[in-house]
Design a protein around this ligand. Structure first.
Ligand code: CTP
Ligand code: MG
Length: 389
């Protein structure tokens, strides 16, 4: 996990105990889904690889659900104010004695590449460093009646962001005696007269605060993803005495498909398309046919797994298109139910899924109704990894 084995042991404090009162949804903003993943998950996927320990702070159940598959310490409960929540996290980290700590708002899903590197480089000289953006707009102070009281000179003013980086022991010591109302951690070092460095922040490092921030953040997150396309193909033999299951729907027919599982040829092709897009092999690699567990298995287990692999990397399914190749049964009358079932399993809108069919004009094994073939294409958007080609 550590980016560099030579740098001091670094912990990440992921702050998620707020209720998001300015946002106004029942679910706190850090758990809302944006660009395919919960906001806090985007933050964790970007920052966890830069730290040796991850300490989330907030309500355990939604945090555990959002961070599935990302190694972290047991979640600790937060406090009434952000400062109290940070203190709770620091105390939980204390027995692990990290040398440095990154304190990050879970409500900031996009930390640009290079930010942590710049922060940690600064910690060689000073006990604290934060990313910040110079204020570009002219600043006005309001008089409380909707009118301007005065213009505030903006020279030398910055907007503070997170992650903020500190020498762990210094931050913990100061937090233990700090006033409970600091809205960032740098303020606590400032009050103690300790130097805090400014490193370049980014306008894309948006803290989800108001509902209006959602579309802007979604653009930022989607803009940092690359499309990947995968192709799947599968064939199963048609025999008497078996159920016919296609795209998760049982279809009345004289014959059914032969196979180890329920032989849902369409769902298998779709799984392979998704695994292909992720460059993660095929269905046989994840579910070896030699394993007895998959005998007559409902193939939705496989598709759920494929969807889980997309979620694991913080990606999303942009679309999937399936073509069934058979003379009979006619697929079109069943397509809406098939689409609805696949969308349900994948947890995406039905507009992202297409199911269609063709015959082979009575030619070949599909023409002779000896078997059914299926092809699938899936487009998956995957976060661009910093430093990859
Ligand atoms: N936070 C926290 N504990 C608190 C308050 C805030 O851990 N008692 C976290 C939030 O979950 C968020 C980050 O600190 O990730 C920044 O706080 P802010 O954006 O102010 O979030 P909320 O306090 O939840 O929102 P609001 O101020 O609108 O209520
Ligand atoms: Mg707040």
């Amino acid at each position: 996990m550590p980016a560099s084995p030579s740098r001091p042991r670094t912990a990440l404090l992921l702050m998620a105990a707020g209720s998001g009162s300015r946002f106004g949804t029942a679910t706190p903003k850090q758990f809302l889904t944006l660009a395919g993943s919960p906001v806090i998950r985007h933050a964790a996927l970007r920052l966890a690889p830069e730290a040796d320990l991850v300490q989330p702070v907030g309500e355990a159940a939604p945090i555990e659900a959002a961070l599935a598959g990302i190694a972290h310490l047991p979640v600790v409960a937060g406090g009434v104010t952000r400062q109290q929540s940070v203190l709770a996290g620091l105390e939980a980290l204390a027995p692990h004695a990290p040398e440095w700590v990154l304190v990050h708002d879970a409500a900031r899903p996009f930390v640009p590449p290079g930010t942590v590197e710049a922060l940690l480089a600064a910690l060689g000289q000073v006990p604290g460093a934060i990313p910040a953006v110079p204020v570009a707009d002219t600043l006005k102070r309001a008089d409380g009646t909707g009118r301007i009281a005065e213009t505030v000179p903006r020279a030398g003013l910055y907007r503070a962001q997170t992650p903020q980086a500190f020498h762990f022991a210094t931050l913990l010591r100061l937090h233990r005696t700090a006033a409970p109302d600091a809205t960032d951690d740098a303020a606590i070092l400032e009050s103690a007269g300790l130097p805090v460095a400014l490193v370049p922040g980014s306008d894309d490092n948006i803290k989800l605060t108001y509902e209006d921030d959602m579309p802007r953040l979604e653009r930022v997150l989607l803009g940092a993803m690359l499309p990947r396309v995968g192709l799947g193909f599968d064939v199963h033999a048609l025999v008497e005495g078996r159920r016919l299951v296609l795209c998760g729907i049982e279809i009345p027919h004289t014959h059914g498909l032969l196979g180890h599982s329920d032989a849902d040829v369409a769902m298998h092709a779709l799984c392979d398309a998704i695994y292909g897009a992720l460059a993660e092999g095929d269905i046989g690699r994840h579910f070896p046919p030699s394993e007895a567990n998959w005998k007559d298995a409902d193939s939705s287990v496989f598709l759920r797994h494929a969807a889980g692999r997309i979620a694991a990397c913080g990606g999303l399914l942009a679309n999937a298109d399936i073509t069934l190749i058979c003379e009979r049964p006619k697929i079109t009358p069943h397509a809406p139910r098939m689409i609805a079932r696949l969308a349900e399993i994948l947890d995406v809108g039905t507009e992202r899924i297409s199911v269609k069919a063709t015959t082979t004009e009575r030619l070949g094994f599909t023409g002779r109704m000896e078997g059914i073939a299926a092809e699938a294409v899936a487009t998956v958007l995957v976060p661009r990894q910093a430093g990859t080609k």
